[in-house]
Design a protein around this ligand. Structure first.
Ligand SMILES: [Zn+2]
Length: 644
């Protein structure tokens, strides 16, 4: 077997990557530094290195490891446009947006916006963690004086916008019930469900998107486009007390008038924008940020609706164009002045519309997703707008998402209908291409010529055919690394560099997955718990089994019949089967406790918290058919453990 000669360490940038960066420097308007002015405007103070610790002294967030970004000039191993964005995302602390409106930025991937009311302060989005939210609020109090939190607004359902809510609302505030929590309609339905059913797969894939397990540095992770990275820390979901139902809905919150716009199925399934006349402040949540956002993040998600997204921005312009002195979002920095605000919204509106319409046009000409990605090019007017650059999403993968939304995974070429999976295909490719040595010889030559995209494709066949071929792994790692260095998109860079790292070092060891927090469980409907159980059922193991269980939850007044037959777990709500194998009566809360592994089912039976009749062993039998999902699984190489 060939031995790795290149070592495990990240390499230099190749000449073709350096040439590409030089071209980028010439092509984009680097002399326009207004974003740097905006990102630092109104600075009032910060925490050293933006560092947030947990009560146990664990680092929840810190920008210290990103100190290397102080160099203005991009190193050869980072795209200069991405370097610029990464530097902009280094601004951290408390900033005045307009007098009376403040933002904490850079203490998390997302922003906290603080709007002063008659008596207190309205907190818009609460960052990812309780620790982060507390630190952000303390920073605000330090500079603006202590005042009560008068309300919390969640702009949308992603965790970096609500995870820290308990850091903004203490027990007294919660118990009083006097502090409204305002959120878009269907907030609870979507806040956790987006990541529940496919959670294990998404969390592993998110490592490739955000690069949390990469070293930070010029040859490693520099940013993720929207901000630095995912935050750690403790999370809790709070139930909104006031849902915004329709565009044009108004609320007077702590004496300040808010006008809302609904934007469902845009960047999140439930999302909303608002305008505050008193401050002439427009907040477009996460739909108008300083990058081309994702229509389908690499972690995996329901495809987002580019057409709806564009329409919401158009509607926002019609409702509030020319009215706002400042526009802020819940990521990145604000923009000031009617003209600049309207221009940015218009360009963002057209960015999503252009991507949508041109994808469909090319699709209707018969081009496939990969061909559309290769063909499409943003118009010059958008190409040169910094906020339209693909740091997080990217035109080349966003068009694939649009294709998927309308036509799905299949490109209609029957060759791709039932193609061989990677290992089997890899073996045949290697055979047809004359064996490993022949592939490596050609790949090395093409690598030297900078043909990284095809070299990666060809070598991937070899790695899937022979994952222990060290020279193939090493050259594929080097190739992915050059693709990472060349990428303007932070998410592309993270994906490529993490792929390279796993080829060189194997999958990182990570601690076992923690149990699901009780508050998350409490937010789920009982049907969703059964759905989660259903996708854990190992179909082949369940062959020939027939189990019927009655469930009765006395706190929620729900009943269910859970049935296993035909290797599928189904349920009927509002019913009890007369001939069930067993019947269970309990509080829904107790079921949550069992799932969170705070008690066991038998313990709860013994303590009388679960009452049962019939043959309870049939439940044990059902639970033995459930898979546990691994936290890690192979991505750039074949699965080492067979899954069936
Ligand atoms: Zn966000």
């Amino acid at each position: 077997m060939a031995q790795a000669s290149n070592g495990d360490m990240p390499k230099e940038a190749s000449p073709s990557v350096i040439a590409r960066h030089a071209a980028t420097l010439g092509a984009l308007p680097f002399s326009d530094t207004s974003d740097f002015d905006d990102a630092s405007r109104g600075f009032l103070g910060t925490l050293e290195n933006a560092r947030v610790d947990s009560a146990q002294g664990r680092v929840v967030w810190s920008l210290e490891p990103y100190g290397f970004l102080s160099d203005a000039e991009a190193p050869a191993t980072v795209d200069p446009s991405l370097w610029r964005q990464s530097r902009l995302n280094m601004n951290h602390g408390l900033f005045e947006v307009v007098p009376g409106v403040y933002q904490v930025r850079g203490l998390d991937i997302a922003n906290m916006t603080l709007i002063e009311g008659e008596r207190g302060v309205i907190v818009v989005d609460t960052l990812t963690s309780i620790e982060g939210a507390r630190a952000a609020l303390e920073l605000y109090f330090k500079h603006r004086g202590r005042r009560p939190v008068a309300a919390v607004i969640f702009t949308h359902t992603h965790i970096d916008h609500w995870g820290g809510a308990r850091g903004a609302l203490d027990d007294d505030a919660l118990a009083s019930g006097l502090v409204p929590i305002v959120a878009p309609n269907l907030f609870m339905e979507h806040a956790v469900s987006e990541n529940i059913i496919a959670g294990p797969a998404m969390l592993r894939r998110a490592q490739y998107q955000f690069g949390p397990l990469l070293a930070k540095g010029p040859r490693g992770q520099v940013d993720c486009g929207l901000g630095k990275s995912m935050a750690a820390g403790s999370v809790a979901l709070l139930r909104p007390t006031d849902l915004i139902m329709a565009t044009g809905d108004r609320r007077s919150i702590d004496g300040i008038e808010f006008e809302f716009q609904m934007a469902p199925n845009s960047e999140a399934p439930a999302e909303m924008h608002f305008f505050v006349q008193h401050y002439k402040l427009l907040n477009l949540a996460e739909n108008c940020t300083h990058n081309f956002h994702n229509l389908l993040p690499f972690r995996g998600a329901d495809v987002r609706d580019a057409l709806a997204w564009s329409k919401y921005l158009g509607e926002a312009l019609r409702m509030w164009g020319g009215k706002a002195d400042a526009m802020c979002g819940q990521h990145h920095w604000p923009v000031w002045g009617h003209d600049r605000i309207d221009t940015m919204i218009r360009q963002q509106r057209d960015l999503y519309k252009f991507a949508h319409d041109q994808t469909i046009r090319l699709m209707n000409h018969g081009l496939t997703a990969a061909e559309i990605a290769e063909t499409i090019k943003l118009p010059t007017s958008l190409e040169g707008a910094w906020h339209a650059r693909g740091y997080y999403g990217h035109i080349r993968h966003n068009v694939k998402a649009i294709y998927q939304k309308y036509l799905g995974w299949y490109d209609a070429n029957p060759v791709n209908l039932d193609s061989l999976p990677p290992v089997e295909a890899g073996r045949k490719y290697v055979e047809y291409m004359g064996g490993a040595d022949s592939i490596l010889a050609r790949a090395s030559k093409d690598f030297a010529n900078g043909e990284f995209r095809f070299v990666a494709q060809a070598l991937s066949h070899l790695v899937f055919a022979d994952p222990d071929h060290q020279a193939a792994r090493a050259l594929l790692a080097d190739t992915l690394e050059q693709l990472g260095y060349a990428a303007e998109s932070a998410t592309w860079r993270n994906a490529y560099l993490f792929g390279a790292q796993e080829l060189r070092q194997g999958m990182p060891k990570v601690p076992p997955r923690p149990g699901m927090p009780r508050e998350t469980l409490a937010a789920l409907r009982t049907e969703q718990l059964w759905d989660m159980l259903g996708v854990r059922l190992n179909g082949p193991k369940a062959e020939g089994k027939h189990i019927v269980l009655n469930w009765s939850f006395t706190d929620t007044n729900e009943t269910f019949v859970l049935t296993l037959e035909n290797c599928a777990l189904t349920y009927i709500e509002g019913a009890q089967a007369p001939a069930a194998d067993a019947s269970f009566t309990l509080l829904r809360d107790v079921l949550d406790e069992v799932i969170a592994k705070q008690t066991s089912f038998p313990e709860a039976v013994v303590s009388g918290r679960i009452k049962l009749s019939g043959n309870a062993m049939r439940l044990a039998e059902l639970m033995e058919l459930m898979d546990e999902f691994p936290r890690m699984f192979e991505i750039v190489e074949p699965k080492r453990t067979a899954v069936s």
